[in-house]
Design a binder for this molecule. Structure first.
Ligand SMILES: [Zn+2]
Length: 481
């Protein structure tokens, strides 16, 4: 079975340039949708975002989220109000080393402050921007990754988006999953997050930085010590400096030339009078979500399937899978090729799933877009029982059982297009070299076992022939008598 690796490419609309390119491949029925808009190259932006180009000293307020009896997230031994303070103090210390900026903190100890008080403080010091520092957790402990929340209204929305696009690639570089730059609306139609609402009401652009999820195994290794929480503060400071075009002779950092990254140059050239469309919530479910058989390795306890999915409004961000027709699901997996900043994701990919011994699976996939709207796929069944061969499995040789699990698509033309998922817990994406090595090892083991099997077969045939000729001789002898 061929593997198709494709990327759906989307750029935020309502910006200084118009570029819409959608390419969705659907195997059955074959369909090709191609919409190509006018492509206009954005003007080269020599400086940082125009936010920092007003001249004079810039005033930045750092807001460590929560405090006092408002403790924030308390999960997994973490206490958010303490973490945000550690990060914010490090941020303050580093950002203060840049020239042309005055930095304030809304709190420097375990004080309780209302959101209105924080915004009023920012107004009192004539802040140009407020950055609110947070750590996240989800109700069902299933989410992982970093995100930036921004205001609903222009131009605050665009400034927030520009900053988010400056910071998040640095967090991705650390290894974190990027959940994007987004807005959230309350029942009254205004900004859901109070610190953003109160600040914007006082004409101060504000964002919330949710660094990572303290309750998810893929995220907490990034924040489980004060040093790591300080590292987030340093990364925030450097991103703020890049966004504002600030330089530091003591740190040896010169941001006066603006970003070299073409994506960021485009983002900094956005029309600040229009809201960035990709930051607005997408309430409609992914339009396409289907699964197909690719191959089964019954004795290796693995099934490879092909997923085809698309959402026309926002990128697909996670998927999970069910082996019981949709009753229970695996932990969330990052969607292959997902880039929530450019809107890209892979719309067709193959994945190999571990199937528990003795199970007849009914496989189903659930696709999540950037705003948690989901779609369930068809159910794939018609499988037999997955079971390891008893003759090969012996307590003394656990490796030989592994030898049968050569389910890493040797026929795949592009190995990076396929993913392997092991069990419910060890479900991280594997690095390619390890996969290659594993594949080679398995191939060697497989050849060895095949050789052994052939030798046994030859021996058996010989024994049968010897027995048969012995019987023939006995028969001849009996007939003679
Ligand atoms: Zn918080």
């Amino acid at each position: 079975m061929r593997s198709f690796r494709r990327i759906q490419n989307r750029f935020p609309t309502g910006t200084g340039f118009s570029h819409l390119f959608m390419n969705i491949f659907i195997k059955i029925p074959a369909m090709l949708v191609l919409l190509t808009g006018l492509l206009v190259s954005p003007p080269f932006s020599a400086a940082a975002s125009d936010f920092g180009q007003g001249g004079g000293e810039i005033v930045v307020v750092i807001d460590p989220g929560h405090g006092g009896d408002n403790e924030g997230t308390k999960e997994n031994g973490f206490c958010e109000k303490e973490m945000t303070l550690v990060t914010a103090l490090a941020l303050y210390e580093r950002l203060s080393q840049y020239e042309g900026v005055t930095v304030y903190l809304t709190r420097v100890d375990d004080t309780k402050l209302s959101l209105a008080q924080r915004a009023a403080f920012a107004k009192a010091v004539e802040a140009d921007f407020l950055f609110s520092i947070h750590y996240n957790a989800s109700e069902n402990h299933e989410l992982f990754g970093s995100e930036v929340w921004v205001p609903l209204e222009a131009p605050y929305n665009v400034y927030g988006y520009q900053f988010g696009c400056t910071l998040l690639p640095a967090l991705r570089e650390k290894g974190l999953f990027i959940r994007g730059v987004k807005t959230r609306r309350n029942d009254r139609g205004t900004d859901y997050y109070g610190i953003i609402r109160e600040s914007v009401a006082l004409d101060i652009p504000a964002v919330i930085i949710e660094h990572c999820h303290v309750d998810e195994v893929r995220d907490y290794p990034y924040c489980d010590s004060p040093e790591k929480q300080q590292d987030f503060g340093y990364e925030d400071a450097d991103a703020i400096a890049r966004f504002l075009g600030l330089s530091s002779s003591s740190l040896g950092i010169d941001n006066s030339g603006g970003p070299k990254d073409p994506f960021l140059q485009e983002v900094y050239a956005f029309d600040t009078s229009k809201v960035v469309a990709s930051t607005l919530i997408d309430t409609t479910a992914p339009e396409i979500c289907g699964v197909e058989h690719v191959s089964e390795d019954y004795e290796g306890l693995r099934a490879t399937i092909q997923v085809t999915a698309a959402d026309y409004d926002s990128p697909l961000m996670y998927y999970d899978y069910s082996l019981d027709g949709g009753t229970t699901y695996s932990p969330r997996q990052p969607w292959p090729g997902c880039d929530t900043l450019t809107g890209e994701y892979q719309d067709v990919f193959q994945v190999t799933l571990d199937i528990p011994e003795g199970v007849i699976p009914s496989i189903r996939i659930r696709a999540y877009n950037q705003y948690e709207a989901t779609a369930e796929s068809n159910i794939l069944d018609g499988y037999g029982v997955f079971r390891r061969p008893e003759t090969v499995t012996s307590p003394g040789e656990p490796e030989s059982a592994e030898a049968w699990g050569s389910a890493v698509h040797p026929d795949s033309p592009d190995p990076s297009a396929s993913t392997e998922v092991h069990g419910w817990l060890g479900a991280h994406g594997e690095t390619q070299p390890e996969e290659e090595e594993e594949k080679n090892l398995r191939m060697r083991d497989f050849l060895l076992v095949s050789l052994l099997a052939a030798a046994v077969l030859v021996a058996l045939t010989l024994v049968v022939q010897i027995l048969q000729s012995a019987r023939r001789r006995r028969n001849r002898y009996n007939r003679k008598r």
